[in-house]
Ligand binder design. Structure first.
Ligand SMILES: *[C@@H]1O[C@H](CO)[C@@H](O)[C@H](O)[C@H]1NC(C)=O
Ligand SMILES: *[C@@H]1O[C@H](CO)[C@@H](O)[C@H](O)[C@H]1NC(C)=O
Ligand SMILES: *[C@@H]1O[C@H](CO)[C@@H](O)[C@H](O)[C@H]1NC(C)=O
Ligand SMILES: *[C@@H]1O[C@H](CO)[C@@H](O)[C@H](O)[C@H]1NC(C)=O
Ligand SMILES: *[C@@H]1O[C@H](CO)[C@@H](O)[C@H](O)[C@H]1NC(C)=O
Ligand SMILES: *[C@@H]1O[C@H](CO)[C@@H](O)[C@H](O)[C@H]1NC(C)=O
Length: 799
């Protein structure tokens, strides 16, 4: 067995993760055995240490070296540092747990910290037990915050997480390099990590990634590669969205992606994350992309640097290099794997694999020291930008942060705000909600997670400051709140608890049943097999619905879509809410929404498919429908089947209507540098008579951007915070082109009985275009519709 060495360490793993209630893997990591090695190296490796905030150039011995000279440009300092290291010292830098270089005064550094929706200790870089900071604010899981469709919220959350991260770093308990956000497209509803992403729409994910990275990195100073407060990482590049399904696992899965889907689905979030967000890290994924391991895709990694202007480091997912030979049999030796990834442009490996095999790769002539120097240059450049080689820890505002900046009232309020804005009202018969506080003296909460603090965060959750469970939150509002689990756990394999739950439900004025998913069904290394509620949860709902005095309120937890068609039709279920993984303040937010203190306005960032979708092979990466093989397509842009709830769906306690008050009737592409365009680049005509132009032939995409002014009327009696989603589609339905696509969104306040205007700018090149089968972006000419709610506006696009 190739992995026999690691297997010996297995015994220790249980200890390493004992604090976590879940036995599910918590790490971006190949099998536990490998994970453990990393942890061990982190703790015990020579010269290596867990979280530290030590500075390289602080000592008198070090600070005469040129790499410590702040007056020199970063690239010069990075090269100077590389030139001082011996080969062994260089190799010891190629792991997330980078060794120190004591003779140069350089302390060890741990690259792997996590911050997806708050600080998380999935990696060794964040440690809640090694200093004064024992907890950090847990914001809602990303999929729920995404449902707010509010860029300012995304930015604010990223900034708050950054404050806590930097404060925890200053306390010596966290690093400066974080491996978030996860911006893979939530392509299949079964994906266990879809919850970590902003959903299924590449444009929404792209927008989220830009806010996250800008808010988190807090780039400042001048120059192209500025100084940063922290480093964020766009992951996982690319086409990674399958954990373990059928015979497939993420470690060996070969994602077969055609050029069309690659260009307009899989890649755009990464392009925005790097180009606009200016992220300083990119993580390459485990899977292969069309037969080549992602970390070995030289063509792609070079494009990121050369075409998108990436200035940062490329990290492999954990042990993604070891598996290239060990599991994928893609190379003939471990040394070949190292050669192929270093030459492709990967700079650092999460795991200890490069520490162990790089020397022999050199000895066997597979790589040269120059290949390593390249990687080190990128790594040191990022560390320099982060101030790790400054002589002092500096006097910027963020260097003054400390434990008192973590778990603050403001962050708690922001976490609550994110849960409020994201929660989606899916059904509300006869305006059953909001409840009137004066009419409810006794409320019952039923469900296995009603009093479970662990449900609140989803995966990549650290230690919460002060979690409010659904029970605790309700009790604070309705003193007579009773509870019954109904099922022993979320898998709900037995009806044993039903009797008690029925008794509790009968006595209450109002019953809120909390059903859905937790990490038992969906997480890292685990995809779902069904979209239905787990086990006998549906039976529980049925039993309770038949005994309650008033119709039931059903609350769904979890990140992935659930087929709740039964509840849609059932008159005994008045209202359905989706609350995702609402973060540590989720229990406070639920009663706020139920009693109308907050008017829900979240919208689904992912299509809720019916159970029949599970007939679609999860390994099929095609986005487009193919009727010839009964393939229904994926996501609202291409899916042709029935939905339970569609992308962008979400009700409110108000009713909104729209009026497009100003929008172009004609867009002339030749408006951009007319002469050139018309004379040299003609619009193409397809065999079916449809005209299109290639986006790359349009001289100035900037000049064809246009504004749409929409009047949003709140026809209800409650003020609301409301997300406006603007779509377009071509009037001619062309095979391979999206059924519709989101071209803009904006969240606004709409006072009851009033109309509010909003302006949305549309970038046709970027958001109205679609890829052709060769992977080139084209814009269809002819009639298009702008669509917002039921309102449509036709306009003509001509060359
Ligand atoms: C966290 O810190 C504690 C106390 O220093 C230490 O015992 C533990 O091993 C650390 N955990 C990790 C994962 O490094
Ligand atoms: C898994 O492999 C078995 C045996 O090769 C095969 O019968 C089965 O169809 C495969 N399942 C999937 C989902 O591909
Ligand atoms: C790699 O080779 C091993 C041993 O020859 C084999 O068991 C394994 O299935 C192969 N893996 C893949 C992904 O082809
Ligand atoms: C899922 O919820 C159950 C309660 O039903 C809890 O016992 C379990 O710890 C949770 N598991 C995970 C992995 O979140
Ligand atoms: C519940 O049943 C499912 C499917 O029958 C099974 O996979 C799971 O292990 C069971 N869970 C528990 C906690 O018994
Ligand atoms: C968007 O989120 C920000 C940050 O929480 C908030 O201040 C703002 O009011 C939100 N906008 C709307 C319309 O709800």
């Amino acid at each position: 067995m190739r992995w026999s060495v690691e297997v010996n360490w297995r015994g220790d793993l249980s200890k390493a993760s004992a604090r976590h209630k879940s036995s599910a893997p918590k790490h971006d990591m190949y099998p536990p055995l490998l994970l453990l090695l990393v942890l061990l190296v982190a703790r015990a490796g020579a010269g290596a240490a867990a979280p530290s905030n030590a500075h390289a150039c602080a000592s008198a011995a070090a600070n005469s070296y040129p790499f410590c000279d702040a007056s020199l440009p970063f690239p010069v300092r990075a090269r100077a540092l590389v030139s001082l290291l011996t080969l062994d010292e260089k190799i010891a830098q190629l792991s997330n747990t980078a060794a120190g270089v004591p003779r140069l005064g350089i302390p060890p550094y741990e690259w792997w910290s996590e911050s997806l929706h708050g600080l998380a200790d999935n990696g060794p870089g964040v440690n809640f037990s090694s200093g004064p900071v024992g907890a950090a604010t847990i914001f809602p899981q990303v999929i729920l915050s995404a449902a707010s469709f509010n860029r300012s919220l995304w930015r604010a959350v990223a900034e708050a997480v950054a404050v806590e991260a930097r404060a925890m770093h200053n306390a010596g308990q966290a690093g400066l390099t974080y491996w978030a956000p996860n911006i893979n497209v939530f392509r299949d509803p079964r994906w266990g990590r879809g919850q970590e992403t902003p959903g299924e729409d590449p444009a929404v994910i792209a927008a989220y990634s830009v806010e996250y990275v800008k808010g988190f990195q807090g780039e400042y100073g001048d120059g192209k590669e500025g100084r940063m407060m922290l480093s964020a990482c766009c992951k996982h590049y690319v086409a990674y969205d399958l954990e373990k399904w059928g015979n497939f696992t993420r470690y060996t899965f070969n994602a077969k992606v055609n050029e069309q889907d690659f260009e307009d689905t899989y890649e755009p979030p990464f392009k925005s994350c790097i180009q606009e967000g200016r992220a300083s890290c990119l993580m390459c994924s485990y899977n292969q992309v069309n037969g080549v391991p992602a970390c070995a895709r030289k063509d792609l990694l070079q494009k990121v640097r050369d075409e998108w202007g990436f200035q940062g480091y490329v990290v492999s997912d954990c042990d993604a290099v070891g598996i290239i030979y060990g599991y994928q049999n893609y190379t003939n030796s471990d040394e070949d794997s190292i050669a192929i990834v270093l030459k492709a442009g990967m700079d650092i490996n999460c795991g200890s694999f490069l520490i162990r095999h790089t020397k022999s790769a050199i000895q066997k002539g597979k790589i040269t020291e120059e290949d390593i120097n390249h990687a080190l240059f990128n790594l040191f450049s990022v560390q320099l930008r982060l101030g790790l080689f400054d002589k002092t820890s500096g006097n910027q505002w963020f260097t003054q942060l400390g434990p008192s900046n973590i778990c603050t009232k403001e962050h708690r309020e922001l976490a609550a705000e994110a849960a409020r804005q994201g929660t989606v009202l899916l059904k509300n018969d006869n305006s059953f909600l909001p409840l009137k506080r004066s009419e409810v003296s006794h409320i019952a909460i039923i469900g296995p997670v009603a009093n479970d603090a662990y449900i609140m965060g989803g995966d990549y959750t650290g230690v919460p400051c002060n979690p409010t469970t659904f029970l605790k939150g309700m009790q604070a509002v309705v003193p007579q709140t009773t509870i019954a689990a109904g099922c022993k756990d979320i898998s709900c394999n037995s009806t044993d608890g039903f009797g008690e739950a029925i008794e509790v439900a009968k006595r209450a004025d109002i019953v809120v049943l909390i059903a859905g998913l937790n990490l038992t069904q969906e997480t890292e290394d685990l995809d779902r097999v069904s979209l239905l509620l787990p086990g006998k949860q549906m039976d529980l709902i049925n039993s309770i619905a038949s005994v309650t005095k008033k119709p039931l309120v059903l609350v769904i937890t979890g990140g992935g879509p659930v087929d709740v068609s039964f509840a849609k039709q059932d008159k005994r279920i008045a209202s359905v809410l989706w609350i995702g993984y609402p973060g540590e303040v989720g229990g406070q937010v639920l009663p706020e929404i139920l009693f109308g203190e907050y008017n829900p306005g979240g919208k689904l960032p992912i299509t809720w498919y019916p159970e029949s979708f599970t007939a679609v092979p999860m390994n099929d990466m095609n986005m487009r429908a193919d009727p010839s093989r009964s393939y229904p397509g994926r996501t609202y842009r291409f899916y042709t089947g029935d939905v339970v709830y569609g992308f962008g769906y979400g009700l409110s306690y108000s009713k909104y209507s729209y009026n497009i008050i100003q929008a172009p009737t004609k867009i002339s592409l030749s408006r951009s540098s007319a002469v050139d365009f018309i004379s040299t680049k003609r619009a193409h005509t397809r065999r079916d008579g449809l005209d299109y132009v290639q986006v790359e032939d349009i001289a100035s995409c900037e000049s064809i951007k246009f504004s749409v002014h929409i009047s949003v009327a709140n026809d209800g009696a409650m003020d609301g915070s409301h997300a406006v989603l603007l779509f377009t589609r071509s009037k001619s339905s062309v095979p391979g082109f999206p059924l519709k696509q989101l071209v803009g969104f904006e969240r606004l306040y709409a006072a009851a009985g009033k109309a509010t205007n909003v302006e949305i700018t549309v970038d046709p090149c970027k958001l109205m275009s679609s890829a052709n089968t060769e992977g080139r972006r084209v814009l269809l000419l002819g009639s298009h519709l702008l669509m917002v709610g039921d309102e449509e506006h036709e306009f003509f696009m001509e060359a």
